[in-house]
Write a new protein. Structure first.
Length: 186
């Protein structure tokens, strides 16, 4: 669906055409749902978060400004923000520095990631502690910078950088551990 088609759907939605919203939802539902699953591991929680995001999208649609980007990316930002609010309520994001302090002394093979499929890599990302996974998703996958993450998460940009480094290190260790187990069995 092109940006022009999305804008036309937006216009119809604002006019009260529910069929247009269903069309937009059908087109992007899977993408939004998978975004939710990157932040929470429970399918039920992801579905609930998607529903909350859809309500906000519908409510805030008049605020969308086409000159600032495509509608689908504006909507994905809504999805990410709903996920972050959920994680804040669950107190997942409070004590970053307590997670994995021992990771600093371990070294991992950076080339192990290169041999993985996308599905395998996402599985490893989902095994990260929620705080690390959140920073990793925001920076690596969703493209936010450390200043933006700091503002969104109410942490300093340097804390965001540190948590990303630790998440990457933990991810590399998880991948190496699995790769070593596979090599031993062969």
């Amino acid at each position: 669906m092109s940006q022009q088609e999305d804008i036309l759907l937006r216009t119809k939605i604002l006019e009260g055409n529910q069929k247009a919203f269903r069309q937009f939802y059908a087109k992007y539902n899977k993408w939004f749902y998978l975004t939710c699953l990157r932040y929470v591991s429970s399918k039920e929680d992801a579905q609930d978060l998607l529903q909350d995001a859809l309500v906000l999208m519908h409510r805030d649609l008049p605020k969308y400004d086409a000159s600032k980007g495509q509608l689908k990316y504006w909507c994905r930002k809504v999805v990410v923000n709903v996920c972050l609010q959920y994680l804040r309520k669950k107190s997942v994001l409070r004590d970053f520095d307590e997670l994995g302090e021992t990771m600093d002394i371990l070294v991992a093979d950076e080339q192990a990631i290169d041999s993985l499929s996308l599905k395998e890599l996402l599985g490893y990302i989902n095994m990260l502690p929620k705080g690390y996974r959140t920073i990793f998703n925001l920076y690596v996958i969703d493209g936010y910078n450390h200043r933006e993450i700091g503002t969104m998460m109410n942490i300093s940009p340097s804390t965001s950088k540190t948590q990303l480094m630790k998440a990457r290190r933990m991810l590399q260790l998880q991948i190496n551990k699995i790769n070593n187990q596979v090599r031993v069995r062969v």
